[in-house]
Structures are given as structure tokens and as C-alpha cells.
Design a protein around this ligand. Structure first.
Ligand code: ZN
Length: 170
């Protein structure tokens, strides 16, 4: 096993406290960042996701692959399931997904299948990113849904968090 230690390294980063009054991309990404810190403290790869709809959070999650031993328990998958339940509709056209790292192939597929309106991610992933980093499911011909994609919101903070986690795990 490559990734086994039972306890998380101490997290040197503080949670963010954005103003509740300005609900912009930085606000919602800050909430995703805070969830990534929760993931860190649970000894999970620190990725967090939030889904906003009419300026309210309708779904959120962080990576839980190790703790529930489920390879599909990525932050985005958990947030999407919650969001669909919250609005009682699996079509999330009016919603925006905020995630601290570019979605993997599975989660990129889930954003298409849930017809989510917009995806905002902080850190591109040139190895596994499915929304332009390594490849782009959004540009696959014949897809019945196209996402609006924005990248780079809180990029430096989210990158430092994930890079430091892996440095300390070694
Ligand atoms: Zn994923």
C-alpha cells in the first residue's frame, strides 16, 4: 500500500471566512477550500466541492475514498448526489459546481450526466483532469450537454494545500 498512514499530518492552513454578503465565485470556492481542509483532517486527499443554486449551497462534500473505502467517493460525486436530492431533480442546469481541483474522468462525466450548468475549479490537473487538463469531455462531439467552465479561482491557495499535503505525507 502506497497510501496507508492512519493519521493525517497536522494541517498548517486556516479555514477561510468569506463575507456572507458577497456570494461570488471566491465565496463559494472558499467554502470548497474549507471542505478540502476537512478532508485533510480526515486523512483524505484534500479536495472539496460545493454546489450553488440561487446563491445557496445545495450540495457539498469532500473526498472520502479512504474513510469509506469507496473509489467513487470523490467530493464532486457526493456534492452532486446531495444537490439532486436537495432540489428533487437530477438535472442541475441552474447550478454551479465549485471544486478545488479539476474533476477526474469519473467526476467530469458526472457533471455532464447531471447537466450541471457551470463548473468552476481552482487547480487544473494535467494528468487526470477531464475538463481540459488532460482531455476534455466537454468538447467530445455528440455530447447532449455543454458546461460553462471557469478555472483558476483561488488557484494558489488550493494548489498549496494539495501540494503541501502530499509533501507532508511522504
Ligand atoms: Zn473525481
Amino acid at each position: 500500500m502506497v497510501y496507508a498512514p492512519k493519521t493525517a499530518p497536522d494541517c498548517p492552513f486556516q479555514k477561510r471566512f468569506p463575507s456572507q454578503l458577497i456570494r461570488d465565485d471566491v465565496f463559494f470556492m472558499s467554502l470548497a477550500y474549507n471542505l478540502a481542509i476537512d478532508a485533510w483532517n480526515a486523512n483524505e486527499v484534500p479536495v472539496g466541492a460545493v454546489i450553488a443554486h440561487n446563491n445557496e449551497v445545495i450540495g457539498s462534500g469532500h473526498n472520502q475514498v479512504e474513510s469509506i473505502n469507496d473509489p467513487t467517493a470523490h467530493a464532486e460525486m457526493i456534492a452532486i448526489t446531495q444537490a439532486a436530492k436537495a432540489i428533487d431533480d437530477w438535472r442541475l442546469n441552474e447550478a454551479t459546481l465549485y471544486v478545488t481541483k479539476e474533476p477526474c474522468p469519473m467526476c467530469s462525466g458526472a457533471t455532464i450526466m447531471s447537466r450541471i450548468g457551470r463548473v468552476v475549479f481552482a487547480v487544473p490537473d494535467p494528468k487526470m483532469g477531464g475538463l481540459g487538463g488532460a482531455f476534455n469531455v466537454n468538447e467530445y462531439p455528440g455530447m447532449n450537454h455543454t458546461l460553462a467552465i471557469e478555472k483558476g479561482v483561488l488557484h494558489d491557495e488550493c494548489l498549496e494545500l494539495i501540494q503541501t499535503f502530499f509533501k507532508l505525507k511522504r
